[in-house]
Design a protein around this ligand. Structure first.
Ligand code: PEP
Ligand code: MN
Length: 339
């Protein structure tokens, strides 16, 4: 961290700052020029918050040189993290992994139809919400534990892996029992107590980007999980809130690319929640492949018109089959293993 003092800074404040830094175990190196007092702070400056430095009246500017996230950064690990889900299924690296399923788990018939369809399509990971974070408390809230059981039953019948969204810490034991990947929804991205608990879990965590989270905030949330000891974190860009209202969200493909540059963690795209409407999903899925995201998660439903949530963005089986066929053509051209 570099600290620059104000022009006529009060000496007593400067003395107190130097004592503060020394007491915290940091050394300083003076790099002042003619009229400007500048110095570098040496040590693990992730331990200090910039606001602590700005509390000293002498300070004009404090600039961090190291990124505030550490374990998730490329500086910490240059190569891509690959997450092994078992049964030969790996996420990350050079491959592009598809996850698909309904927004919400609704009933056994729906889930069995989807499970059989995904198996036939060679899709290995089934998504499905059992606890649904809805904008309105009057909307369908999910089947909860029964939903998780149905997901597991479907996955076991068809040899699939399961991803589902966790609403809060209390139900973590249920997720440990029934799912293979724990999804943290956009609205929970900064639920730090949940993230800390997931840091102690052995299950991979799929961390969706918050509705208006910066790249740094997103990576800092991943850091909570990594720092807890769980190094299996997948980042997912699902669209951010912008000024546009025609689409549900705006897919921030730039941020997904930047996340790949800054972090070694797998980066996924969720075209469904970004678009909010079926007509836009196919090209966004192509974009995910074009930026060499590590995979994507797409909502499908046997009868979208009857879906209890997100029907407008859910693809029918026929639409998903067509999308997969076009993605396969692109993946072959780009030499990306699609799984
Ligand atoms: C979902 O995946 O169904 C969901 C609610 O996603 P998000 O948290 O991105 O809104
Ligand atoms: Mn949904």
């Amino acid at each position: 961290m570099i600290i620059k003092f104000k022009k006529n800074y009060p000496q007593d404040s400067a003395d107190r700052l130097f004592t503060f830094l020394k007491d915290r175990g940091f050394t300083t190196k003076d790099v002042s020029s003619d009229n400007v007092k500048i110095f570098g702070v040496i040590g693990d400056t992730l331990q200090i918050d910039k606001s602590e430095i700005y509390a000293f009246d002498c300070v004009e500017e404090a600039i961090r040189i190291m990124v505030p996230y550490k374990k998730g950064s490329r500086e910490f690990q240059a190569f891509d993290t690959v997450i092994d889900l078992g049964d030969g299924i790996k996420i990350g690296g050079d491959s592009h992994t598809m996850m698909a399923g309904p927004c919400s788990v609704e009933n056994e018939d729906q889930m069995m139809k989807i499970g059989a369809y995904l198996k036939a399509q060679n899709i290995q990971i089934l998504r499905g919400g059992a606890f649904k974070p809805r904008t309105s408390p009057y909307s369908f809230q999910g089947l909860k534990e029964d939903g998780l059981k149905l997901l597991r039953k479907t996955a076991d019948r068809f040899g699939l892996k399961v991803i589902s969204e966790i609403p809060s810490v209390e139900v973590l034991p249920l997720f440990e029992t029934y799912v293979d990947i724990i999804q943290v929804g956009a609205r929970n991205m900064q639920n730090f107590y949940l993230l800390k608990a997931l840091g102690k879990s052995k299950k991979p965590v799929f961390l969706k980007r918050g509705l208006s989270a910066t790249l740094e905030e997103w990576l800092m949330s991943a850091e909570y999980i990594l720092d807890g000891g769980n190094d299996s974190v997948i980042l997912c860009e699902r669209g951010v809130r912008a000024f546009e209202t025609y689409t549900r969200n705006t897919l921030d493909i730039t941020a997904a690319l930047a996340a790949k540059e800054l972090s070694h963690l797998p980066v996924f795209i969720d075209p469904s929640h970004a678009a909010g409407r079926v007509s836009l999903i196919d090209p966004l899925a192509q974009a995910a492949l074009a930026i060499r995201a590590h995979g994507q998660i797409i909502e499908i439903h046997p009868e979208p018109e009857k879906a209890l949530s997100d029907g407008a963005q859910s693809l029918t089986f026929d639409q998903f089959t067509a999308l997969m066929s076009r993605l396969k053509t692109s993946a072959d051209a780009l030499r990306i293993p699609l799984q």
